[in-house]
Design a protein around this ligand. Structure first.
Ligand SMILES: Nc1ncnc2c1ncn2[C@@H]1O[C@H](COP(=O)(O)OP(=O)(O)OP(=O)(O)O)[C@@H](O)[C@H]1O
Length: 726
């Protein structure tokens, strides 16, 4: 509120804007500036300050909590996990072993260098000795004294020289005598000792003869000086990205526009800066310009890993700049040497840019992998498959629908296996999904029947998985290049339907579906699947649409953009979502074919010993899904819209004609049983039968018999489709 101008207490100081409180408006001035406008009513009252004067009081707990977010780790990050510590120590061990071997191999070269340099070393030794003995170092000082006609000074220096030369002469004599004795002693020593002495002498002379610019020993590792990341470098880089918000903020407040919330530190093999971007700028803006950031920081693109921390706010940027280019590293699989693995602990999948192991949990999850061709989908699947087959309790159903045989090494341990792009392979995979759907339903009933003490949470546990007789062990179904199945004109729709069902219901029942596709679009990847899958790994994709199909709606908007990866160069690197609390860039571990073969051999031996080889692995004929048909659709096909109501027996006869394989047995039943069969089959769809007036198709008298209304069937189909869509 404003103060009246004629108030006797009005203080002219209050006319000045007060940056701590509300502005006080001079009403006279304001009115004269708006002569033409009607005068606003003068309000009585007191000035209420919006901002309260005095220092803001903060709650000590809140400020402590804020500080706690920037706590430095007590134990270094690499020592936190056993695997990471082992990996770091192994790396250090290998590094020093390399250095030692490198130098050992070059000892003859170093010996040659010493021999070649020994004569010069001898000359240097003798001349140095002579200069020292006769104090030749003082010669210039004595000459200078003579030149300046400083005879007193010259006499002092000469006297000092005489004393020195006398003492040093004695010392030189003693040293020469010592050398003579050593020579005599050496002559009487065995030849080996003589050679040893000679070698030591030559080595010492060689060291003395070293040219100033040429070291004796080569460097085993070239020092790769990575520029230290400083706040100046980061601010300079961010300021040239062309982000308007940053440019404006820096021009207004060059010192404080970009704030560092913690000191820039070493974090793994790189530097980490925690930054608050200027108001209005989000991490997504910076992610968009990763390439420019790489240029501005003068580091390869594979070293630049900006990421956000939305748990703090959208403008918190964690900029990690690695020493090594991630695209040039190949991550070794920890499973390469593992004799077995427990899938309930997740599968080691790869490393984040900081070199930390990332594990993908499989139980209770489903996985979707996608990318452009040749970016590392199959390699990622190979790594996951390694963990799966090394757990002897897991039943493996692998389908590789590209036909290149990338998963062939595993076929000897799979319950179901196919590799191929032809229709038979697609049909086999479609069959697998039908069988898996049935299996999910069986498991659902089996789990319900388990005593509560054995299964309190109604989900599969390690203990339940180990009891093979329960049939509730983990079952992992992999379909690589799944677009060939879901977009198939004959099998696609049903396969998509089954996969969605399995993804929605299989999780708690130990059934895991892993799908990989190089064509993430609506036809090749039904939305019911892309919307419900829980873990997503997206390698390089071309655009936002594909990105969001794999990583989930709004992923691109939120700055999770697999478009930043470089085709081919970044093969194996992708965004992993759902496996860790925050989305992460991960480079998947790489297993080549011989390594995969060795893992499969170990898995085979393990499974043979545990007696868990089954199906395809034992050479059994693959189980085929019984032909299944859509009863409701079939009824609509045989009952035209002109027939509102039909007897059951008539419907069954027509169905048998349509699909003898499926309904032939129904038609063979007698009168009442035939009618009851259709009544029972329609019950799960909520379709009730009723008394229907009709006449036999073969002719005869009209009668009231049990039948159906066509409208009830169409309603049931609509209800069912609605249920699927929701
Ligand atoms: N994790 C990785 N680390 C290093 N290189 C990798 C990695 N993954 C893949 N590559 C490289 O990329 C190549 C292609 O990989 P892969 O066959 O897995 O790709 P893809 O996406 O399955 O291809 P397509 O879509 O054609 O089936 C590999 O031969 C390998 O050279």
């Amino acid at each position: 509120m404003t103060q009246p101008p004629d108030d006797p207490n009005h203080d002219s100081k209050d006319d000045q804007p007060d940056d701590k409180g509300a502005d006080i408006v001079d009403l006279n001035a304001a009115r004269s500036g708006r002569r033409s406008e009607p005068e606003p009513p003068v309000l009585e009252g007191e000035v209420l300050r919006v901002d309260q004067p005095g220092p803001s009081r903060t709650d000590w707990r809140a400020s402590l909590e804020r500080k706690a977010t920037t706590r430095q780790p007590i134990i270094p990050l690499w020592l936190r996990s056993r695997a990471e510590a082992i990996e770091t120590l192994r790396w250090a061990g290998l590094h020093y072993a390399h250095v030692a071997s490198y130098q050992l191999v070059r000892t003859p070269l170093y010996a040659g260098r010493l021999v070649a340099r020994a004569p010069l070393g001898l000359v240097r030794l003798v001349s140095g000795f002579v200069r020292w003995t006769f104090d030749l170092k003082g010669e210039p000082a004595r000459i200078a004294a003579v030149r300046k006609s400083d005879y007193d000074g010259y006499l002092k220096l000469s006297r000092q020289r005489d004393i020195r030369v006398r003492a040093r002469g004695w010392m030189t004599g003693l040293i020469l005598l010592g050398l003579l004795v050593l020579a005599v002693v050496t002559v009487n020593q065995p030849t080996a000792a003589q050679w040893g002495m000679l070698a030591v002498a030559v080595a010492l002379l060689g060291i003395l003869g070293k040219p100033a610019d040429r070291p004796l020993i080569n460097r085993a590792v070239m020092a790769s000086e990575v520029e230290k990341l400083t706040s100046d470098i980061v601010v300079r880089a961010l300021s040239v990205l062309g982000i308007a918000g940053i440019t404006q903020a820096l021009s207004k407040n060059p010192k404080d526009a970009i704030r560092f919330v913690a000191p820039i530190t070493r974090d793994g093999p790189g530097w980490r800066a925690d930054i608050d971007l200027p108001y209005g700028v989000t991490v997504a803006d910076v992610l968009d310009r990763r390439k420019q950031l790489s240029g501005a920081l003068r580091r390869p693109l594979g070293c630049i890993w900006p990421e956000g921390d939305p748990s703090v706010h959208e403008g918190r940027l964690i900029l990690w700049v690695g020493d090594k280019d991630l695209s040039k590293t190949v991550v070794r699989s920890p499973l390469k040497r593992a004799s077995s693995h427990d899938v309930f602990k997740g599968v080691p999948f790869g490393n984040d840019p900081r070199g930390r192991l990332v594990t993908v949990p499989l139980i209770q999850h489903n996985v979707l992998i996608g990318s452009q061709p040749g970016q590392g989908k199959t390699s990622s699947i190979r790594e996951l498959a390694a963990g799966i087959v090394l757990d002897a309790t897991v039943e493996a159903w692998f389908h590789e629908l590209k036909g290149t045989g990338d998963l062939d090494p595993y076929d000897k341990v799979c319950h179901r296996y196919v590799s191929g792009i032809e229709d038979e392979a697609i049909a086999y995979a479609a069959d697998s999904l039908t069988l898996l759907r049935k299996e999910v339903m069986r498991r659902s009933a089996a789990l319900k029947a388990l005593p509560a003490d054995l299964c309190p949470d109604k989900r599969i546990t390690r203990q339940i998985a180990d009891k093979r007789s329960l049939g509730l062990h983990p079952l992992v179904c992999i379909i690589d290049e799944c677009q060939n199945l879901f977009a198939h004109p004959e099998y696609g729709d049903k396969a998509g339907d089954d996969a969605e069902f399995i993804i929605k219901l299989g999780r708690a029942l130990g059934v895991v579906l892993i799908l990989a596709t190089q064509r993430p679009d609506r036809d090749s990847l039904p939305t019911g699947i892309s919307a419900n899958v829980s873990i997503r790994f997206c390698l390089r994709v071309a655009g936002q649409l594909e990105n969001d199909m794999i990583l989930g709606t709004s992923a691109y908007k939120n700055g999770i953009r697999a478009t930043v990866f470089v085709p081919e160069k970044d093969a194996g690197t992708g965004y992993l979502v759902g496996a860790t609390p925050m989305p992460k860039v991960v480079k998947a571990a790489y297993l080549n074919t011989p390594e995969t073969q060795l893992i499969a051999d170990r898995a085979y031996a393990l499974r043979k010993a545990r007696g868990t080889l089954s199906g395809h692995a034992l050479g059994e004929t693959p189980e085929q899904a019984a032909p299944s048909f859509d009863l409701l659709a079939d009824i609509l096909a045989v009952v035209p819209p002109s027939e509102a109501k039909v007897w059951n027996e008539t419907v069954v006869d027509r169905l048998a004609e349509l699909r003898p394989d499926a309904y032939g047995a129904w038609a063979a039943l007698e009168g009442g049983a035939k009618t009851a069969q259709l009544t029972t089959a329609l019950k799960p769809y909520g379709v009730r039968t009723m008394q229907v007036w009709g006449t036999p198709e073969s002719g005869g008298k009209g009668a009231n018999r049990i039948g159906i209304a066509r409208d009830d069937i169409t309603t049931a189909i609509t209800q069912r489709d609605k249920g699927k869509a929701s």
